[in-house]
Design a protein around this ligand. Sequence first.
Ligand SMILES: [Zn+2]
Length: 216
Amino acid sequence: MDAEILERINRGIILRTGAYLTNDHFVLPSGRHAQEYVEKALATTEPAFTEGLGDVIAKHFAEEPIDLILTTGYGASLLGHCVARAHPLRPRFIYANKQRNDSGVSQVTLPREFRQYFVGNPRVLIVEDIMTTGETVKGLIKLVKLLGGTVSGIGTLWRRMRKVNFKFPLFALVDREFPTYTPKDCPMCRRGMPINQEFRTGPSPQKSRRVRAGAH
Ligand SMILES: [Zn+2]
């Protein structure tokens, strides 16, 4: 099947989870405006969809000799579990913990109990839900190397930025980079479309609003 058609189907599935919001007006953490938004926490709220998406990733890597599926974060772990369940080699599913260090840099560490699975150079598939900057995946790759494993590939629902790449096979169900605008050039602002407040992630120009919201 044509890759673009397949991607449209996958995007439709993610749309049905409620995680992919479109035809709206969002303020992103960067302060830029966009018509589309992905709320990653919603991508894995329907188990049947999560299983279906996990199946697609598992199928893509079905020929790969995979011993471990490694994730971090709740959403990615739900998906990773489904990928492990669907892969023909029945790899073990494990997760790393993610924390910010004192300088605010995000770090991943493996729970001590999982270290035993890294004996004998296991082949590891990294699974991520929504990949934006790729920092988390980078941390997981480092972790696998440090523990003596080999990265077989990376599977993700959505790669938000095409420039994010690794020297390992990467499979993204959706590979869409949606356009963003400065507030000055935003076509939605120009049309007077109200900004979606529910999924507002960017800086708010109305400080008093935030204070009120925090008082609840
Ligand atoms: Zn706008």
